[in-house]
Design a protein around this ligand. Structure first.
Ligand code: GRF
Length: 226
């Protein structure tokens, strides 16, 4: 058997997507290991979670570097020396520059709390509410030099309810993130996903649209792990 694929999850805060990704690695026999949790902040609460589970951690504080390039280079050096095969951004609040992104293109995923291409950047739920949208959601996408602009693999769609505020919406969307992110990671590790010519292929088929996971209408085309 080939050596297990080594994943790094990069966080800046709670690492709220880490447990569901860990779970899929354990349950789905994916021949992969969570090699390290990286953070750009030493005080990220998600690092405590990693310690509890004895997952190696690495802090690369952006404040220790003169500029974005220097930080990116340091991050890249660590990822290479830790022998990382794929990078999972999960609430990692630093914009990565094009040189670093190109090094990892096709091997770096992010989750963004909106129905991309709507609302790249910050405050996505507040913006969806202000626009009077009927739905919010989350998108798992390949990372490319365009911020939150890489090809989307899978999205969850969540109905906005009367009385929602950004916090209530974010809580409901996060629950769906915990379903769709592990699924995308699973597909990647199974070799079912491919990034080519700025497109996403699943099972060798070009995805013109992302896979859609919607709780209330079963648009979902793939079995959700129970
Ligand atoms: C999630 O909403 C995710 O979509 C975004 O960061 C949030 C999780 O961050 N990229 P955290 O785990 O609460 O720090």
């Amino acid at each position: 058997m080939n050596a297990p694929k080594r994943l790094a999850i990069l966080i800046s805060g709670r690492g709220s997507n880490v447990p569901s990704i860990q779970q899929v690695l354990k349950q789905q026999h994916l021949n992969a290991t969570l090699a390290a949790i990286y953070s750009n902040r030493a005080d990220a609460p998600g690092l405590r979670l990693a310690k509890t589970d004895a997952i190696p951690t690495r802090v690369v504080e952006h404040r220790d570097y003169a500029d974005r390039d220097a930080f990116d280079q340091a991050l890249h050096r660590h990822l290479v020396s830790d022998d990382i095969d794929a990078v999972i951004l999960a609430g990692f609040m630093r914009i990565l520059g094009p040189a670093l992104v190109r090094e990892w293109q096709g091997r770096m995923l992010n989750i963004h709390p909106s129905l991309l291409p709507l609302y790249p950047g910050l405050d996505t739920h507040a913006r969806a509410l202000a626009a009077g949208d009927s739905h919010a959601g989350a998108s798992v996408h390949y990372v490319t030099p365009q911020l939150d602009g890489g090809p989307v693999i899978i999205q969850s769609k969540v109905a906005i309810e009367a009385g929602d505020d950004p916090d209530s919406l974010s809580r409901r969307v996060l629950q769906t993130e915990n379903i769709i992110y592990p699924l995308a990671v699973e597909w990647m590790l199974q070799g079912r996903l491919e990034y080519r010519d700025n497109n996403c292929y699943l099972d060798q088929e070009l995805r013109e649209q992302p896979v859609l996971w919607q709780q209330d209408q079963l648009h979902f085309e793939y079995a959700v792990p129970t």
